[in-house]
Design a protein around this ligand. Structure first.
Ligand SMILES: [Zn+2]
Length: 116
């Protein structure tokens, strides 16, 4: 399950940022997960909780914002919202579409608890 590795990386990024800013702890981590990122949000949530348990990050909330796939035709510039079948071809031109959203996998913001 590669979500465990990703959860560890997210936690690592957040902890380094919290340390850099001299925060006491991390209240919440907000991340963006695109539908094409290959990450299952529920699995990531589960992996994060399992990983954080028993560490100072145990109470940290993980807010996952799912980013739907958006694609645009390079020829007619029309934007297509692919359905679940993820056919990335322009229905008018038959050209492969450029994916402009949906590949995100990144930490967007942190909610830090300031040191006393
Ligand atoms: Zn087109």
């Amino acid at each position: 399950m590669h979500e465990t590795g990703i959860a560890a990386e997210i936690l690592d990024i957040a902890e380094r940022e919290a340390a850099r800013r001299g925060a006491a702890s991390i209240a919440a981590i907000s991340i963006q997960v695109g539908d094409l990122s290959g990450v299952v949000a529920e699995a990531l949530e589960f992996a994060f909780e399992a990983l954080a348990a028993g560490t100072p990050a145990a109470g940290t909330r993980l807010n996952i914002q799912k980013i739907p796939v958006r694609a645009r035709c390079p020829h007619c510039r029309s934007e297509v919202l692919p359905g679940h079948d993820l056919v990335l071809w322009c229905p008018d031109c038959g050209l492969p579409l450029d994916v402009i959203a949906g590949r995100e996998l990144q930490v967007q913001s942190l909610e830090l608890v300031e040191a006393q």
